[in-house]
Design a protein around this ligand. Structure first.
Ligand code: CO8
Length: 267
């Protein structure tokens, strides 16, 4: 990531580091940033770089231009697929999106326009979603004769609840930003002009906390979301105990008691 050549080695993404936060911009303007196979590969590489670079605190994911975050999977590619190829493409997308969700650092989607189909599924794989007032979100796959295949049936039901997921997935209807915020899909509505900056500021705020604790906390949340409540409680308990083996925990509690600001080292 710190290698400028590596940052520019993408055709359909831009990757820049702002104040220690990676800003990943999906950029296929001709197709409203729709995700083709190459873009998925590039997302996987970009988030592997985010995960491994100690100088990067987390990421903001957004779309190029004023119209779309990501308008879905590339329908021209989908139209040519047979069942086995489609199933493999779904598995690949699920793997890439899970690698974003589990990169160990906070990821905020800055939804700057349409987030439809695979585009909303991508935003749902981020930990938090900020959206501009003009954004529209939806899973319109049924109107194309298919269903969400990048994890959207699972994540939307967990984030917004099964009733809302049924309503949106079965109807294919879009929701505006205000409705999406009410549904719990979007956490903050932010003017377009400051959307990415506010998302970067949020990641920086998280970065000032104990990095190991942040990683463990995200993992504990995901373990319950992805497994049973029982598994979630167990993992929370294990990770809670693991915090007490870190220098950060000694520093964080010590700093509180000594009435000073904690200096976390991420170990
Ligand atoms: N794929 C490919 N091209 C697209 C896509 C897309 N998803 N979305 C837009 N484009 C292209 C259009 O074809 C058009 O190209 P051209 O200028 O060459 O005609 C260009 O982008 C601009 O789009 P529009 O002219 O349609 O712009 P409008 O402002 O009129 O409409 C919309 C904007 C409403 C966003 C409209 O473009 C639209 O409805 N797009 C498709 C949205 C959609 O249905 N998304 C879901 C796709 S299916 C999916 O995501 C499945 C995910 C799971 C896959 C798992 C296995 C692979």
């Amino acid at each position: 990531m710190t290698d400028p050549a590596a940052q520019n080695a993408f055709e359909n993404l831009r990757l820049e580091v702002r104040e220690g936060v990676a800003v990943v911009t999906v950029s296929r303007p001709k197709a409203l940033n729709a995700l083709n196979d190459r873009t998925l590969d590039e997302l996987e590489r970009a988030f592997a770089a985010v995960a491994r670079d100690p100088a990067v605190a987390g990421a903001v994911l957004t779309g190029d231009g004023e119209k779309a975050f990501v308008a879905g999977a590339d329908i021209a590619e989908l139209a040519k697929m047979g069942p086995a190829e489609a199933s493999a493409a779904s598995a690949k997308g699920q793997r890439v999106f899970a690698s974003i969700e589990r990169c160990g650092k906070p990821v905020v989607a800055a939804v700057n326009g349409f987030a439809l189909g695979g585009g909303l599924e991508l935003a749902l794989a981020c930990h938090v979603r900020f959206a501009c007032p003009e954004a529209k979100v939806g899973l319109p796959e049924v109107s194309l004769g298919l269903i969400p295949g990048y994890g959207g049936t699972q994540r939307l039901a967990r984030i917004a609840g099964p009733g809302r997921a049924f309503e949106m997935i079965l109807s294919g209807d879009m929701a505006d930003a205000a409705s999406a915020e009410r549904y719990g899909i979007v956490q903050r509505i932010v003017p377009r002009e400051t959307l990415v900056a506010e998302a970067v500021a949020f990641v920086k705020k998280v970065a000032a906390r104990g990095p190991v604790a942040v990683r463990y906390a995200a993992e504990a949340v995901l373990s319950g979301v992805d497994g049973t409540h029982e598994q979630g409680y167990r993992r929370e308990q294990e990770l809670f105990g693991a915090c007490f083996a870190t220098e950060d925990m000694r520093e964080g509690t010590g700093a509180f008691l000594e009435k000073r600001k904690a200096q976390f080292k991420g170990r």
